[in-house]
Design a protein. Structure first.
Length: 252
């Protein structure tokens, strides 16, 4: 395995719709570079680690895509707004905001909410200290918490801004974040026997069965992307898999 440092990719953690974007499973070109590390405790010799620099996606690959359809309905003016952009350190975010009594609020939220998500994530990350030691479950919980914090922060920011201009606008909002880089074991060990495993082991114990865990990208096992959804108001997110729809939000 080769390591990509923070400065290894020209555009940081951006994903494929953007020039230079990276995603788990993206085929890339890179420049190997040797970096000297600390001396070993026994030999006293400096350790050399190979890292990947100038990491760029190969041409001709299709990454994430985002499309939108909106109409005025019974309104004289379209008050809907859309957000679709990379969030550094997190992944790709897309969101839909339905304005009420004007488009000032939906316009504000579409621009402010992505910034608040990144800000809330960095606050939580700083509180945790080293993210390298976090388990995938704790990191996912941290991202989910940051998204909730961002909605509350955006709501407070809009209330402050709207009072100054005496605006009565409002907006619903729903966002989906595709966050990549979560690791999963290539093989998981499964002991058979059920409750029998509680009894003393036999002389010839059963061999553990290995179960392969595919990643999000078939050709790149060992890594997954996770989908985070946050919302407020009358909106709904549905994940389509083949011909089946999976509800990703709850009406409230």
């Amino acid at each position: 395995d080769l390591f990509i440092p923070a400065q290894g990719a020209p555009n940081g953690s951006q994903v494929p719709p953007q020039p230079g974007g990276l995603f788990h499973g993206t085929k890339v070109s890179f420049l190997p570079m040797a970096i000297k590390g600390d001396s070993g405790p026994v030999s006293g010799k400096e350790k050399t680690e190979i890292v990947c620099m100038d990491v760029r996606p190969l041409a001709g690959q299709v990454g994430l895509s985002c499309g939108v359809d909106t109409n005025n309905g019974a309104k004289e003016k379209n008050e809907d707004r859309v957000a679709a952009q990379d969030l550094h350190e997190l992944g790709f975010l897309t969101g839909v905001f339905d304005g009420h009594h004007g488009d000032a609020c939906s316009e504000f939220v579409a621009k402010q909410l992505p910034k608040e998500i990144v800000s809330a994530y960095r606050v939580r990350a700083k509180r945790e200290g080293s993210l390298v030691k976090l388990s995938a479950e704790k990191e996912a919980a941290m991202i989910a918490g940051a998204m909730q914090d961002s909605f509350e922060a955006t709501d407070k920011a809009w209330l402050t801004a709207s009072r100054k201009k005496d605006l009565q606008d409002g907006s619903t909002g729903i966002v989906a974040l595709v966050s990549h880089g979560f690791e999963v074991p290539l093989e998981a060990t499964n002991m058979t026997g059920g409750c029998a495993a509680l009894w003393p082991k036999p002389k010839e114990p059963e061999k553990p069965q290995t179960e392969k865990r595919p990643g999000t990208v078939a050709r790149a096992p060992g890594g997954v992307a996770k989908l985070f959804v946050a919302w407020a108001g009358d909106c709904r997110a549905v994940l389509i898999r083949g011909r089946k729809g999976l509800r990703m939000s709850e009406d409230h």
